[in-house]
Write a protein that binds this ligand. Structure first.
Ligand SMILES: [Zn+2]
Ligand SMILES: [Zn+2]
Ligand SMILES: [Zn+2]
Length: 217
């Protein structure tokens, strides 16, 4: 897919150009680039599907002790981008959904007034209510009535609250997080728990992931 670059207004007083096909910035220091900063290869592994045809969505961090890589698996197929209707869902949006649900955030539906797409919050924005929002579809900042948090995935699927068992899991060489979106289940190394212990230090899973995924937006 070719880039489609438009002027997106100003972020921090600097002109920004934005690619609406790849949802990435396409300028440096206010100067427009010929292509956006995305890795084109990422967009080869995508899936366009009707909501009704989806029977499984899993979002996995294979080992957060060593890296922040993630896997998105829809109907057993590993992909990077999921297209449903006019929605373009990226891995970071599923990470955002996970953080929002862990933090018991009431997700609100915020529609960008410039492009009419639904806003998703990722990384720290998935648990810190904020205003304005930066639209991933068109790259423009938009204001809402009060600071809040949204996620487009929650407008497509029925996302219930996560229920974690009250137990602490000892973590040694692997920290695998597996979020089954349609089953509302979250497992750590295949175990349901709300706390983990790493090097004799105990953390609430929520606090650990909030910090670990802070910049994943
Ligand atoms: Zn692009
Ligand atoms: Zn936002
Ligand atoms: Zn927009």
């Amino acid at each position: 897919m070719e880039c489609n670059i438009n002027h997106a207004g100003k972020w921090d007083k600097e002109d920004v150009y934005y690619c609406i096909n790849h949802h990435k910035k396409a300028s440096i220091n206010g100067k427009k680039l010929d292509e956006c900063i995305c890795n084109k290869k990422d967009y080869e592994k995508c899936l366009t599907i009707n909501k009704e045809d989806i029977f499984s969505i899993k979002f996995v961090y294979p080992n957060l002790l060593t890296n922040l890589e993630s896997i998105l698996e829809v109907n057993g197929q590993k992909i990077n981008i999921l297209y449903i209707g006019r929605s373009m869902l990226e891995k970071r949006d599923f990470g955002g959904l996970l953080l929002s649900k862990l933090n018991n955030i009431n997700l609100e539906v915020e529609v960008c007034p410039y492009c009419n797409n639904i806003h998703s919050d990722d990384g720290k924005f998935a648990y810190k209510p904020h205003n304005p929002h930066l639209c991933a579809y068109c790259g423009k900042l938009f204001h809402v009535n009060h600071p809040n948090i949204g996620n487009e995935i929650a407008t497509i699927f029925n996302i219930n609250d996560l229920k974690l068992d009250n137990r602490c899991l000892e973590i040694k060489s692997e920290l695998k997080i597996e979020y089954d979106i349609l089953k509302n289940s979250l497992l750590v190394n295949n175990i349901c728990c709300n706390k983990i212990r790493i090097n004799n230090e105990e953390y609430y899973l929520k606090d650990y992931l909030n910090e670990k995924l802070y910049n994943e937006f």
